[in-house]
Design a protein around this ligand. Structure first.
Ligand SMILES: [Zn+2]
Length: 130
């Protein structure tokens, strides 16, 4: 059986590298998209690299998503930011704005992709903001 069977479907996540959020983020994306595997694309404070304009690190994140799309048939991706991000130490409201911008950037680059934005706060869980 190939990778595109219902038992083996992939989604992707673009998220921070923070170890506190990895397991919960992957579990959240698996549940939301009903997929078995999640390609975990990370950079420190990922959304700051996709905030309207794309930094070189952001281009690397998008390149990984291209590989996920082409190799694994991924057509759903979550962009994630989280409270208390050491690599992107700006207020939560600023991070939410960056997250919304990042969702638009990814959707523009990947027209066939379903792109959602999730903000994680350990007190509140995951909040879908776009
Ligand atoms: Zn972080």
């Amino acid at each position: 059986m190939g990778w595109l069977t219902s038992e083996g479907r992939f989604a992707a996540v673009i998220t921070c590298m923070d170890g506190r959020i990895q397991t919960r983020t992957i579990d959240q994306v698996m549940t939301r998209f009903g997929v078995r595997y999640v390609d975990n694309i990370t950079a420190t404070g990922a959304v700051q690299h996709l905030d309207g304009s794309v930094t070189p690190t952001g281009e690397g994140l998008l390149q990984s998503l291209t590989v996920s799309e082409q190799a694994h048939g991924t057509h759903q991706v979550a962009v994630v930011a989280h409270a208390g991000c050491a690599g992107n130490p700006v207020p939560d409201e600023k991070q939410r704005e960056q997250l919304r911008n990042a969702r638009v950037v990814v959707a523009d680059r990947f027209p066939g992709m379903e792109v959602i934005a999730l903000f994680f706060d350990p007190r509140m869980g995951f909040e879908k903001i776009g």
